[in-house]
Design a protein around this ligand. Structure first.
Ligand code: IMP
Ligand code: MG
Length: 183
């Protein structure tokens, strides 16, 4: 057991479960986007691990790009005011865009991103997320591909952080409450 694992209360989704799901998602996306050459957009930073694994399960031609987003105000409570820290490098006009997110919580971040990209005259825009916490939703978002639906718990690992830590854990785990101090 390494020092990060000591902060984990419970492994919610194992490495094997993630791999199986990522493979299924990749297969489905390959079918749905055949002949469409999508631009697959990773939302930095949390989605990078999922994004890198998912890409290699997609068997059709595609291009990739990244966007970085930040919400104003305190880190713990999403204010709904969002800004783009790093925009896409490519034009998405008339392209099939697939956004890849780590987790959808209140939906505020994704809602902003979807509206923003939609205004750029994309051909289609869909969303793929590893995790979904629907009980926390403040604004509706359409999720086209979802890995796992989870309860209202703060999770880390497989790209997800608490205070920039734990992103390198290979599984998704629940953090011990004493670590995050009742967030
Ligand atoms: P939303 O705007 O509230 O949907 O926030 C989504 C973002 O909050 C995600 O992309 C994550 O970066 C972060 N987030 C939400 N829930 C968790 C969690 O349980 N663990 C780690 N990050 C989370
Ligand atoms: Mg994120």
């Amino acid at each position: 057991m390494n020092e990060m694992n000591r902060d984990i209360l419970e492994i919610l989704i194992t490495e094997e479960q993630i791999q199986e799901k990522v493979s299924d998602l990749g297969k489905q996306i390959s079918i749905d986007y055949k002949g469409k050459e999508p631009i697959v957009v990773g939302v930095l930073v949390g989605a990078v691990v999922f994004f890198a694994d998912l890409l290699r399960e997609i068997t059709i031609p595609l291009s990739i790009d990244f966007v970085a987003i930040s919400s104003y105000g305190s880190d713990t409570k999403s204010s709904g005011v969002v800004r783009i820290l790093k925009d896409l490098d490519q034009s998405v006009e008339s392209r099939h865009v697939l956004i890849v997110e780590d987790i959808i919580d209140t939906g505020l971040t994704l809602n902003y991103l979807v509206e923003n990209l939609r205004s750029r005259s994309v051909a289609t825009l869909k969303v793929c997320t590893l995790l979904d916490k629907p009980s926390r939703r403040k604004v509706p978002v359409v999720v086209d591909y979802n890995g796992f639906t989870i309860e209202d718990q703060y999770v880390v690992g497989y790209g997800l952080d608490f205070d920039q830590q734990y992103r390198n854990l290979p599984f998704v785990g629940v953090l011990r409450p004493e670590v995050y101090g009742g967030r």
